[in-house]
Write a protein that binds this ligand. Structure first.
Ligand code: PHE
Length: 460
């Protein structure tokens, strides 16, 4: 009875589009803006783009369907959803739920960097940002970097405090369309730069000789992170979804939205990086935070009086993408605390806020006070470690166990029946094959490859 009462008392989305927008807002984030373009540049442009597209609409959408269905069926967030389906599998709920606790604090640190850049462009600091030393000096600063992290967290928490309908839906409704408009504007601008065309062609024309196992592994890992899979997010969001909404259609739309924004981000950044650096190899070798926080500000500075405007628009759009994701991560944390402690939303949010401030401050100290800790070898930080742990270890293990649990223990019919309560599921057969056989193999490949690459047994 208590379980039923809890499910009834949950918030819900005001409609289908609110759900799609929220799931897309969670998916569209720093992963699309910063990571996707550099991976595309690194792994052969068009070939990477095509592989990624295929993966999103086969594997990615299948996983989305699975997670949304579990959430809607149980009406609970990940931590109790698995237990509600089978008592013995309760630990899987804990594993899945622990992942956003690791990601959110460091995601907010990077969000703070983006906020600092956006604010600096707006206040006319385009040239300072173009200085090669700027980024390193800022992230290692013992006071300033903390301030921006706390500010970013503050905005995120304020939106979550306003609730699902009053805060999250409204914030998404403003930020998502604004983000897309700004991305189109910047992409059009950068594509018209001298020498950008070569970059555009490289980015969209598949060159089959570039196909490699590393490309597939890179695309697989990116897909998981970008679609916010295996972290309990889509389970939580599915639990707010009304019984009449079509799950397959929603999952496809979320996948399409996320892919679309990644594609646009690539169009903004890959050609611009070609202009700045002069070729694919140079762009690939500048991969990582450097591309967004170093190369682009350097390039913008060449635009003369337009530098401030382009820089401001670019970083504000990245900031929106980061905020909508951090909001969804924080909402997931709150719903986990509500479901486990039975406390009110408000009290749970206070607990989450304190946790974020403390954990974020600790990870950020990895760049200054605790810089002597190099968890993954020379030059690595606590943030790298948190990222490795969540995305390369916990996430694939959680995804593997989820596929085994649903595909083999509960049986695929559980999901198929849930999907069919609100629409037809023509692809039920291929979906079953994907979840039972293909997905587990692909996930094991991600796990082995990422761990091996981190410890230097394999180069990616
Ligand atoms: N998908 C988001 C991105 O692309 C990141 C994210 C991961 C958000 C996990 C929520 C949960 O940046």
């Amino acid at each position: 009875m208590a379980e039923v009462a809890k499910a009834v008392a949950r918030s819900s989305w005001s409609g289908k589009w609110a759900f799609i927008l929220a799931a897309a807002a969670s998916a569209v984030g720093l992963g699309n803006m910063w990571r996707f373009p550099y991976l595309a540049a690194k792994y052969g442009g068009g070939m990477f783009l095509c592989t990624y597209l295929v993966l999103v609409f086969t594997f990615g959408v299948s996983m989305l369907i699975l997670e949304i269905s579990i959430g809607r069926k149980t009406g609970q967030s990940a931590i109790t959803a698995f237990k509600a389906l089978a008592k013995k599998w309760a630990p899987l709920g804990i594993l899945v739920s622990s992942i956003p606790f690791i990601i959110t604090p460091y995601y907010c640190i990077i969000g703070g960097w983006v906020m600092k850049y956006a604010a600096s462009y707006v206040s006319g600091g385009a040239l300072d940002l173009a200085n090669a030393e700027f980024f390193g000096a800022f992230i290692t600063s013992p006071v300033e970097s903390f301030i921006w992290m706390f500010l970013f967290m503050g905005v995120t928490i304020a939106v979550v405090a306003m609730g699902v309908k009053g805060g999250i839906e409204k914030a998404n409704l403003v930020m998502m369309p604004a983000l897309i408009l700004m991305a189109v504007a910047v992409a059009v601008y950068t594509m018209t730069l001298d020498g950008a065309l070569e970059g555009v062609l490289y980015y969209i024309k598949p060159d089959f000789s570039k196909f490699s196992p590393e490309l597939v592994i890179g695309a697989l890992g990116q897909m998981f992170y970008s679609l916010s899979l295996a972290m309990g997010i889509m389970i939580t969001y599915g639990s707010y979804l009304k019984k009449k909404e079509d799950i397959v259609q929603s999952a496809c739309r979320v996948g399409a939205f996320d892919f679309g924004v990644s594609f646009l981000a690539g169009l903004m950044i890959v050609p611009a990086s070609f202009v700045a650096l002069g070729g694919a190899d140079a762009v690939a070798s500048k991969a990582g935070p450097g591309l967004m926080f170093g190369t682009l500000p350097g390039l913008f500075a060449d635009f003369g009086s337009a530098a401030g405007i382009i820089g401001a628009v670019f970083f504000i759009l990245v900031l929106f993408a980061a905020l909508t994701s951090s909001i969804s991560l924080t909402e997931t944390l709150v719903s986990i605390v509500v479901d486990t402690t039975g406390r009110s939303r408000k009290a749970s949010l206070v607990i989450v806020a304190v946790f974020l401030f403390v954990a974020g401050a600790f990870i950020n100290m990895g760049y200054n006070l605790l810089a002597f800790i190099e968890p993954l070898g020379p030059g690595t930080s606590l943030l790298d470690f948190a990222d490795f742990l969540s995305n390369s270890v916990f996430m694939p293990i959680a995804a593997l166990l989820t596929c085994i649990f649903v595909g083999w223990i509960l049986g695929p019919n559980l999901v198929i029946d849930e999907v069919k309560t609100s629409g037809n599921f023509k692809a039920a057969k291929p979906w079953t094959i994907m979840i039972k056989f293909i997905a587990p193999v692909l996930v094991v490949i991600i796990l082995v490859a990422y761990v091996a690459a981190t410890f230097g047994f394999f180069s990616m």
